[in-house]
Write a protein that binds this ligand. Structure first.
Ligand code: FAD
Ligand code: NAD
Length: 466
């Protein structure tokens, strides 16, 4: 039987990054994955394919709506070739997952294909094309998550679908009903809206992206309504039925009245659930919490000292970069180091256009905590760069402590803010004040100038270009 210093179950961004770091630190490492491709949800049916379709549909949208104004005439009709769009997306996925195979070989990580399940705390059986068993001094559970649903919904995966199916549709829906106005609903809703579908969003809470700063929700809702999305907030979905090619969604609105939506596809995007099926956690004595997650302490260690857990299967934001940080954290902990993660500084991004990005505390959270703060906000439309590209929606909003000027939260919506948020993370990691940011030179013309201007606005209401 092969014996390892570390065995990692699950090859998503948590698991494969943990494997690389363990190998770098000199540990004999095994990575177990039940599917034939590595990379987990993120690379196969999550971050990468969704961004590939967002990029393709954005090009199409630009061609249809903006090329003429830019002085580009395309003779004849501009058409979508969905089959090619999906094929390109798959090529991007294949290239990316292939890259993980390369990284595992380069780092001499042994990869096992098959379902990993605990025999006891140090032995894992692997059920793949062949059955095998390995022994490991330490185990990292990185089994991720799966789409969740509502108890009364029967996902048929044809017309009542999750994100996984929405990434490989064979036709453009005429009318897609999206249940859940969170990240997946908005990103994939935007893909199909751009391709011509009517898109109706039905959200339970009183605003879209309800966990983000409410100013971001308000601005994104405005843009989505302008793009003719039908947005229904404060709607509690109570039934979803299929009748032939038609899907009927019934919900109660704020007043308690029943509202009916009819479409040809229904995307259910109401969150994801931690995935531990088949792991046989009982045999190892690993405890779960009351929400089905693997319970861990501040060192990401389970109640069984040699078993750790990371990523979507434990508490915290379900984000690829959070899983990656945790993978590195556990590898370094096992190696005897003292790593650190500041969960307050894990940025959140929605890759719609305009993009939405945030780090730190929201205004609602500061109010609730009774912190006195000041706000500096700067509109994208005041930037030369935004006018040049015609991306004038959005703003940057900086929240700083009223007495110390320390930056407590940065909330952005606009072109390329998914990349701009890194500046805010860096500033907050070094506990910068709004004035520190306002005194840094930002290249002109860039979208990043909005960060400097918002910092100026927060410092002493001294933004220059409004
Ligand atoms: P996963 O990526 O879920 O990987 C877990 C792996 O474990 C899987 O490959 C699974 O097959 C394997 N596994 C499970 N059980 C076993 C077992 N018993 N034996 C062997 N293997 C097993 N996050 C972002 O940060 N940015 C984004 O843009 C983004 N976009 C997304 C878009 C969509 C449509 C979706 C669905 C998610 C998106 N996410 C995004 C979330 C991101 O994909 C997850 O947070 C991330 O993949 C979690 O990583 P993980 O390693 O914890 O788990
Ligand atoms: P989410 O938590 O972002 O959004 C789910 C939405 O569904 C929420 O707004 C919630 O209020 C709503 N909802 C819940 N029950 C409902 C009901 N009965 N009726 C109507 N609405 C209801 O979850 P998601 O969009 O499914 O995404 C799942 C996870 O994947 C998220 O945790 C997210 O972090 C991750 N993800 C991240 C990205 C990114 O980083 N860009 C992209 C996609 C997914």
């Amino acid at each position: 039987m092969n014996i390892y210093d570390v065995a990692i179950i699950g090859s998503g961004p948590g698991g494969y990054v943990a494997a690389i770091r363990c190998a770098q630190l000199g540990m004999k490492t095994a990575l177990i994955e039940k599917y034939s491709t590595l990379g987990g949800t993120c690379l196969n049916v999550g971050c990468i394919p969704s961004k590939a379709l967002l990029d393709s549909s954005h090009h199409y949208d630009d061609a249809v709506k903006h090329f003429k104004e830019h002085g580009i005439d395309i003779p004849g009709d501009i058409k979508v070739n969905l089959e090619q769009m999906i094929a390109r997306k798959q090529a991007v996925v294949d290239q990316t997952t292939g890259g993980i195979d390369f990284l595992m070989k380069k780092n001499k990580v042994d990869v096992y294909e098959g379902l990993g399940s605990f025999k006891d705390a140090t032995h894992i059986s692997i059920d793949g094309k062949e059955k095998t068993e390995i022994e490991a001094k330490n185990v990292i559970i990185a089994t991720g998550s799966k789409p969740s649903s509502l108890p009364f919904i029967k996902l048929d995966k044809e017309r009542i679908i999750t994100s996984t199916e929405a990434l490989k549709l064979k036709e453009i829906p005429k009318h897609m009903i999206v249940i859940g106005g969170g990240v997946i609903g908005l990103e994939l809703g935007q893909v199909y809206r751009r391709l011509g579908s009517e898109v109706t969003i039905v959200e339970y809470m009183d605003r879209l992206i309800p966990t983000m700063d409410s100013a971001l929700s308000k601005e994104l809702t405005k843009v989505f309504k302008k793009a003719k999305f039908k947005v229904n907030v404060s709607h509690k979905v109570k039934s979803v039925e299929r009748n032939g090619n038609e899907v009927i969604v019934k919900a109660d609105n704020k007043k308690g009245e029943e509202v009916e939506f009819k479409g040809d596809y229904c995307l259910v995007s109401v969150g994801r659930r931690p995935y531990t099926d088949g792991l046989n956690l009982d045999s190892a004595g690993v405890k779960m919490d009351d929400r089905g997650r693997v319970e861990v302490n501040g060192h990401l260690q389970t109640n069984v000292p040699n078993i750790y857990a990371i990523g979507d299967v434990v508490k915290g934001a379900m984000l690829a970069h959070k899983a990656e940080e945790e993978g590195v954290f556990v590898a370094e902990t096992i190696a005897g180091q003292k790593p650190h993660i500041d969960y307050n500084l894990i940025p959140g991004v929605v890759y719609t256009w305009p993009e939405v990005a945030a780090v730190g505390k929201t205004e609602e959270e500061l109010k609730e905590a009774g912190v006195s703060y000041k706000v500096g906000q700067f509109p994208m439309r005041a930037l030369g760069r935004s006018r040049a590209s015609m991306d004038t929606d959005g703003f940057v909003k900086i929240l700083a402590d009223a007495s110390t000027d320390e930056v407590l939260g940065v909330h952005m919506i606009g072109a390329r803010v998914a990349d701009l948020i890194a500046e805010a993370v860096t500033a907050m990691e070094f506990r910068a004040s709004a004035e520190d940011i306002s005194r840094m030179s930002h290249a002109h013309p860039t979208y990043a100038e909005a960060v400097k201007e918002a910092a100026l606005a927060a410092t002493d209401d001294r933004a220059l270009h409004v």
